[in-house]
Design a protein around this ligand. Structure first.
Ligand SMILES: [Zn+2]
Length: 103
């Protein structure tokens, strides 16, 4: 069966999502003095406004959100449904292969 072709933004979003889930890469942002994490301006997307602000009890509420698929899809301007499909397909593996070859 022929693999579905995805736009590059979808593949990049899928790969970024996988790496964020594996904690290989981290969302851009920083901690305040209270140890609460906030996304950088470039990282922040409209979806983030519905997430509860970090508190001392929940310092990583936004960091956790920034590792989710809808957020990463928004970051890349990709359709989350397509990104989810690309993740399931393993379509992002081609990007990992390219990265390994570059090393
Ligand atoms: Zn978000």
């Amino acid at each position: 069966m022929k693999k579905k072709e995805y736009p590059e933004t979808v593949l990049l979003a899928a790969y970024e999502y996988i790496r964020r889930q594996k904690r290989e890469v981290h969302p851009a942002g920083k901690f305040d003095r209270g140890g609460r994490w906030y996304p950088s301006e470039a990282e922040e997307q409209p979806c983030c406004s519905s997430i509860r602000n970090p508190s001392r009890a929940w310092p990583y509420s936004l960091m956790t959100h920034c590792r989710t698929l809808p957020h990463v899809a928004a970051l890349y301007g990709a359709d989350p449904k397509e990104v989810r499909r690309a993740v399931k397909d393993g379509a992002w593996e081609v990007l990992r292969a390219q990265e390994v070859l570059k090393k």
